[in-house]
Design a protein around this ligand. Structure first.
Ligand code: PEP
Ligand code: MN
Length: 358
């Protein structure tokens, strides 16, 4: 796939999207847009017209009556607008009212029937489309949704990283799992990625940290929910901020690192450091291979003695030793656990091959 930039003529400037979770009234939409436009930093005004809510009976969006309000934002305030679409009717209505950019929500991305319906409704239409990640951490499903839109002939596509559902306690409303979006960027370097910090955080106090993380990862834009009276918002009240707070505490405090530089001194230093990193990675691979040779020896020995591969007490010992050592070396528990688990799984796989005589 070969993508075009979502908004034209911007160079490497970040794409800044802000606006309320939901359009609630003409006054609320226009006030938010006016205050955001005054910041002079916002490229696209967002507002949900149709809201996919977890339970019936919650506010499900004002529907089509809100579209003329968005039209006014564009005509009177000069901000292009975007809204979520999930079916053919949404697409037709949004296009009829001149919505500039469409987005596909996380609950729609999971469903290929719905994404295909939206894609079919968009055949022959030249409009940018943003595709949010699916609620579950499934990169293929995210790519599949992007492909469906691409196959409809749309080239101005961006991905939105809004985090993933999880079970149990978390500091996030939707855990970001940055590696998934990083992998998407690796596979499709030309695809712009926008971070939706509001739905990742679910609260106000962490919005800046998550937004900054996105720019530190060289992602391309930010989408944030902004409401003139956040506590009174009809949806997602806890994560919304006023346009003023957004301008001062979020946008105003962000740093936008450059993707790269031609400065020869920088290049020389970084190349030197990268060379050292490559050498360490080579050593790591050689060590892993040596470890696996030993593991295979153990596998053969277990086979001779008819002993099971998994020895829980030994695995516990390895993990605890590793965690203890990691703590002393300043490595995070999460990192130590993830790497040791991967090494352990690879060891089991090697021993299984020995056991099965492969
Ligand atoms: C939204 O952007 O308001 C929304 C419903 O988001 P998501 O699809 O990410 O849950
Ligand atoms: Mn929302």
């Amino acid at each position: 796939m070969s993508f075009h930039p979502m908004l034209e003529h911007r160079g490497s400037k970040p794409i800044i999207i802000a606006g309320p979770c939901s359009a609630e009234s003409e006054e609320q939409v226009l006030q938010t847009a006016r205050e955001l436009a005054a910041l002079g930093k916002v490229d696209l005004f967002r507002a949900g017209i149709w809201k996919p809510r977890t339970r019936p009976g919650e506010f499900e969006g004002v529907g089509t009556i809100g579209l003329p309000w968005l039209k006014k934002v564009k005509a009177e305030i000069g901000l292009p607008v975007t809204t979520e679409v999930a079916n053919t009717q949404h697409v037709f209505e949004a296009l009829k009212y001149g919505v500039d950019v469409l987005w596909i929500g996380a609950r729609t991305t999971v469903n290929p029937f719905s994404v295909q319906e939206v894609a079919d409704a968009l055949k022959g239409v030249d409009i940018p489309v943003m595709v949010k990640n699916p609620v579950n951490p499934d990169l293929k499903l995210w790519i599949g949704a992007i492909e469906r839109i691409y196959k409809a002939g749309i080239r101005r596509i961006a991905a939105i990283q809004r985090g993933f559902s999880h079970h149990g306690e978390s500091n996030y409303r939707n855990v970001p799992r940055w590696q998934i979006a990083i992998e998407l960027k690796r596979l499709f370097p030309g695809l712009e990625i926008i971070v939706d910090n509001s739905h990742i955080c679910g609260r106000r106090d962490t919005l800046l940290t998550v937004a900054q993380k996105g720019f530190d990862l060289n992602f391309d834009g930010l989408m944030t929910e902004v409401h003139p009276r956040p506590d009174e918002a009809w949806s997602d009240a806890a994560q919304q901020v006023t346009p003023e707070v957004y301008g001062r505490e979020i946008y105003g405090k962000l740093q936008f690192p450059m993707p790269s530089t031609d400065d020869p001194r920088y290049r020389e230093n970084i190349n030197h450091l990268r060379h050292e990193i490559d050498e360490i990675d080579d050593e790591l691979m050689a060590l892993y291979a040596r470890r696996m040779k030993l593991v295979e020896g153990i596998g053969r020995f277990k086979k001779e003695n008819n002993i099971a591969i998994l020895q829980t007490s030994r695995w516990n010992e390895i993990l605890e030793r590793g965690l203890e050592l990691g703590r002393k070396k300043g490595l995070s528990e999460e990192f130590v656990e993830t790497t040791l688990k991967a090494i352990h799984q690879e060891s089991i796989n090697h021993q299984e091959r020995i056991m099965r005589g492969q």
